[in-house]
Write a new protein. Sequence first.
Lengths: 123, 123
Amino acid sequence: MKPDNHLETSECRAISQMLSRVGDKWTVMVVTFLGNETLRFSELRRRIGGISQKMLTTTLRNLERDGFVNRTVEPTSPPSVSYELTALGHELLEPVSRLADWTRDNSHRIEEARSHYDRLTSK
Amino acid sequence: MKPDNHLETSECRAISQMLSRVGDKWTVMVVTFLGNETLRFSELRRRIGGISQKMLTTTLRNLERDGFVNRTVEPTSPPSVSYELTALGHELLEPVSRLADWTRDNSHRIEEARSHYDRLTSK
DNA sequence: CCGTATCCCCGCAGATACTG
DNA sequence: CAGTATCTGCGGGGATACGG
């Protein structure tokens, strides 16, 4: 962040919303698995592991609504539904992966701060 | 994101946690207001506006625990407590502001996608 | 195979009242 | 001034069952 300005209050809210939007329990994982290939619903679910059908549906619907994911239905029987990232979805991954890099590089500093804090406050 | 790799499952979780960690209701706003100056509790509260005492305390405690904020108590009467960003806190702002830039630049595309989606599904 | 409907639990967040 | 304690409502997210 530039030293001599800070975000406007309304922009802060927009950023918080985007962070929590993308930071919900499954979105990053779904977007990551769709990052390089188109996947069907059940294949996606199998790869993620541990996600309920309901939450995968919800997560994909929200991503579709925001224009991050495309949903394609093959009207076969039984139906086959596949998902892929849109251009916008790919673009979103860039700033998110920057934050991912930062998190990977600095998680040990956060861990240290936490254990230091906990040591001081627990006794 | 690089084309031929994706984040590991465990890393996805770490990123989701960081996103929701920073994406909670007040963190971005608090960090932003502390971005350029040290502030006392009540001054910070006054500037943010609309935050309860409890939530400001909680948000600051979490930031302190993670090493993003320093808390300094002047043992006067009544007490004076001031907060400032640590080096780690300032560094965190960099990738966050990248995402902020992206959000500002692309929010209209998301809005369009949403209204398009809602138009199709509401009828 | 893909999705929806229901029920339920739990933790975030606000309101309010009270202390050093 | 700067907290803590308590109560409450709301929404995310899981389990389960059912439908096209």
